[in-house]
Write a protein that binds this ligand. Structure first.
Ligand code: IDP
Length: 139
């Protein structure tokens, strides 16, 4: 297994619920290290750019509105198999389908307000980390 980096976003619903620490402790318990982190308020342009791959999807407008509805906590996580490990910890996109004990099963309310984002592949992880942390040296 390779040491990888992935981008995690704790979305506005989870930040508003005051569960940043509870979610971060799951990453730490799974052996993922935080190599960069910040609390940010995204602009509409930021959210549109970040989710540009979804711009033709019917939920795009709602997704952008939701992502700018409050601050988000963004982290670059590093560890063995970090991308898949983070996706496992997150659970399925729809919290109703997320396995028990996953972040979305425990903290998400709906498919749109679903608590967390995680990069889905090595290429997207690279682009997403550079989007938020351009100063972070690539590894
Ligand atoms: P992921 O976040 O599990 O990788 P994606 O399919 O990449 O899921 O979708 C990105 C985000 O768009 C989801 O996390 C969710 O917030 C939102 N989303 C996806 N599908 C729907 C939908 O059918 N209705 C509303 N929002 C959706």
């Amino acid at each position: 297994m390779a040491i990888e980096r992935t981008l995690s976003i704790i979305k506005p619903d989870a930040v508003a619920k005051n569960v940043i620490g509870k979610i971060v402790s799951r990453f730490e318990a799974a052996g993922l290290k935080i190599v960069a982190a910040k609390l940010v308020q995204l602009s509409q342009a930021d959210a549109e750019q970040f989710y540009a791959v979804h711009k033709e999807r019917p939920f795009f407008k709602d997704l952008v509105s939701f992502m700018i509805s409050g601050p988000v906590f963004v982290q670059a996580l590093e560890g063995e198999d970090a991308i898949a490990k983070n996706r496992d910890l997150m659970g399925a996109t729809d919290p109703k389908k997320a396995a028990p004990g996953t972040i979305r099963a425990d903290f998400a309310d709906s498919i749109d307000a679903n608590a967390v984002h995680g990069s889905d592949a090595a290429e997207t992880a690279k682009v997403e980390i550079a989007f938020f942390f351009p100063e972070l040296k690539a590894r």
